[in-house]
Design a protein around this ligand. Structure first.
Ligand code: BGC
Length: 715
């Protein structure tokens, strides 16, 4: 398709319509031919929607085909609609939430999951997914922790790339969909963990920590980017010319569409940044925003802004071109329906191959936090009690697209599937609501079940609906009801294992000394119960590691490992006039990078190939890791670096590489990482990204707390 020629043919009205995105419900008239619901709220007419450029949130391939067919009849230029959807962690088969994927430290499985959901959703008619969400998060109160791969810029960047590659492939097949990276930028740094809240931070912090993963996704070829709801240093992202034009377009070379978040154009008025919707349209266009999602600032105001000479038609043309180019790239002008195929959609939904990927992912994401030698449970156990509010609940996690909790394997089902001849009983113990107080009747029932059982599986933590967008929590401890339940059950049954479901780190201090064993299953998706049973009965080993610090106390939040040293670091407990608290230590309950296994590992001190290097040189650091236990297992070898003195203060430690290593019992392997200037570089006081001469501490470790280091000097 000759896009430029097409553009010339289009009227101004038609061009502006290309920039509009409305939900599929807006595009479907009711039986009387009237537009109702959200279309009415936006005061849309049939004329407004006849030429609109894209739509979001539609039911399935059949509805996609119907909507596109109607659109092709209405649109005078026969420009197909782009269909977008929130395919966040699966479409119909749901794999673990992103925070869990971060815990896998396994880019291959993450890519496989994205690939699988691209196949399913492409058959459902999706062209663009609003994923990956790569917002770095350090505050566990924020509800959308669950959508992020955690607190580390490097880990997030690796996972961002894996997801983009998984969704998009080479964008040359009908099973590839476009990735829309979100939410640009620093949405996860919302003050106090409250969703949509203000972000105020230095450019240094932004570039060193928050921008890395978006950049990685852009470099991996992501086809779209969504601006975030928040302000950055006083300017809302969708109107932030510095962020969108100077950094994203001019510096990073991103020449593809930028979309707003839901009604974020109109919210510029609420921010107090624009006095009315006309000013919103002007500010967003000047920032080079292309697609307006679910508000009508562009639609109602670009014409008059142009007539008044406040914007140029070329600005509109540039946006339209970016959108048309994407449509052309996807081959929509030749086949507006692309991958949409109701039969294929049905055949792929929850197919055995996809279920197997979801199960494998859920196994790899789980993190074993404590095990006083009671796990794995013996498969010959005769009486098992599954206790807790989430025993029989399908734990899909928020944003489950078309996943159904009823089609999800619960823990009780998973345990029954794993054991042929055991008697499996269940007791809820509490209802799982937030801040729930103990109900003695429910707890007694659970305690009775626990007393009679040989082993107990306690399903505690958060329901899928207790995290996610607009689901921030001020208190991330367990409810009094869950704490009492755990304590009373563990008191009567020493073989009690806790399975923690959550979309964020939970403060476990109240129960950690009581429980003999606990692991984080996160929100594991369609195959939750089977994966949990695989781990509990030792059919597979734990290999996940924490992608976010688990605090010892709520008041430590935000807490993260890659903090600055400060002028007065607390080096020993209770040291006064140092940076910390007088009532609690600085240390978390479980650090970033931590996780146990059914075997044990030892790692040697790191060794450098040479202790001095020049810029342009390569140095290799290596360590020997050994499986010192009795079963095979995988561990994650992690490379951390600290720059001791620099033109800006540097974190106490930063992850710069990792490798998952499989070892048979007694087996030992050498793991090496290359260090070049890139691993030592940062955004210096002069604004450049480069390494400064000096000493660096290098750690090769099994979590972020290691003190075993070697010193490398950059000359
Ligand atoms: C969310 C986005 C999402 C969009 C469309 C917004 O409320 O912030 O992450 O992609 O809705 O559903």
């Amino acid at each position: 398709m000759d896009i430029k020629k097409l553009l010339q043919k289009m009227t101004l009205e038609q061009k502006i319509a290309q920039l509009c995105q409305f939900s599929a419900r807006c595009l479907v008239a009711d039986e009387t031919g009237e537009l109702t619901g959200p279309a009415k709220d936006l005061n849309l007419s049939m004329k407004d929607i006849a030429c609109c450029g894209s739509t979001l949130t539609f039911a399935d391939a059949n509805s996609m085909i119907a909507i596109q067919k109607k659109h092709m009849e209405l649109d005078p230029n026969k420009i197909p609609l782009l269909f977008m959807h929130d395919v966040i962690h699966g479409y119909r088969t749901i794999y673990p939430i992103q925070l869990a994927l971060g815990a896998s430290w396994d880019a291959d499985i993450v890519k496989k999951c994205s690939r699988m959901s691209a196949r399913e959703s492409a058959a459902g008619g999706v062209h663009v997914t609003f994923a990956p969400m790569v917002d770095l998060v350090r505050d566990a109160r924020w509800g959308r922790c669950m959508e992020s791969c955690g607190e580390d810029p490097y880990l997030n960047s690796v996972m961002a790339r894996a997801q983009v590659e998984g969704y998009q492939g080479n964008l040359d097949s009908d099973e590839d969909i476009c990735a829309c990276v979100k939410h640009f930028a620093a949405y996860g740094a919302a003050e106090s963990g409250k969703d949509y809240n203000t972000v105020d931070m230095s450019e240094y912090n932004l570039r060193e920590n928050y921008l890395c993963a978006y950049k990685s996704a852009v470099e991996a070829g992501a086809q779209m980017i969504m601006a975030s709801f928040n302000t950055i240093n006083g300017v809302p992202s969708i109107a932030n010319k510095w962020l969108l034009k100077d950094v994203l377009r001019d510096e990073w070379g991103f020449d593809k569409p930028i979309i707003s978040d839901y009604s974020a154009f109109a919210e510029l008025v609420n921010h107090g940044y624009c006095s009315n919707e006309k000013e919103c349209a002007k500010a967003a266009l000047d920032a080079t925003a292309d697609i307006e999602m679910m508000s009508v600032c562009y639609l109602r105001n670009l014409t008059s802004l142009l007539e008044e000479g406040r914007i140029k038609e070329e600005q509109i043309d540039e946006c339209v071109l970016r959108i048309l180019e994407l449509k052309d790239k996807l081959g929509l002008f030749e086949n507006p329906y692309r991958g949409a195929n109701p039969e294929k959609e049905k055949a792929l939904a929850l197919c055995p191959e996809h279920r197997a990927i979801a199960r494998e992912a859920a196994q790899k994401c789980a993190v074993l936090l404590k095990n006083d030698n009671i796990l794995p449970l013996n498969k010959n156990t005769k009486n098992i009690a599954v206790i807790g509010p989430w025993s029989d609940v399908g734990m899909l996690g928020e944003w489950p697209a078309h996943g159904e909790p009823s089609e999800t394997v619960t823990v009780i089902e998973g345990v029954k599937n794993a054991l042929n001849n055991a008697s499996v009983t269940m007791a809820k113990g509490c209802n799982g609501v937030l801040n729930e107080l103990p109900d003695d009747e429910l707890i007694n029932e659970a305690v009775c079940a626990a007393e009679k059982a040989d082993a107990v599986i306690l399903c505690i933590g958060e329901h899928s609906k207790q995290s996610g967008e607009a689901h921030s929590r001020a208190d991330i401890t367990l409810s009094p009801a869950q704490i009492k339940l755990v304590k009373e059950v563990c008191a009567v049954n020493k073989n009690s294992v806790c399975v923690l479901f959550c979309g964020r780190p939970i403060v476990l201090t109240d129960i950690i000394d009581t429980v003999p064993a606990i692991f984080v299953a996160w929100q594991p998706g369609t195959e939750a119960g089977n994966a949990v049973a695989d781990l509990i009965f030792g059919d597979v080993n734990f290999e996940g590691r924490l992608p976010m610090t688990f605090p010892l106390h709520l008041g430590q939040v935000p807490i993260y490992y890659n903090q600055m040293n400060t002028g007065r670091p607390k080096l020993v407990p209770n040291q006064i006039f140092t940076s910390g608290y007088i009532d609690y230590p600085n240390d978390p309950l479980f650090p970033f990078g931590y996780g146990l296994s059914y075997t044990s590992f030892e790692i040697s001190s790191p060794v450098l190939s040479k202790t001095q290097m020049n810029k342009g040189d390569k140095v290799v650091v290596s360590a020997r890791v050994k499986n010192t236990g009795a079963v095979a297992g995988k561990t994650v070898v992690q490379l951390y670096i600290r720059d001791l003195f620099a033109s800006r203060t540097r974190p106490v430690k930063e992850l710069k590489g990792f490798e998952k290593v499989y070892l048979e019992p007694g087996e030992e392997k050498e793991v090496s990482f290359e260090i070049t200037e890139k691993e030592l570089a940062f955004h210096t006081a002069s604004g450049k990204f480069e390494a400064e001469a000096g000493d660096f501490h290098i750690f090769v470790a099994l979590d972020s707390t290691s003190k075993d280091l070697v010193t490398l000097t950059l000359k």
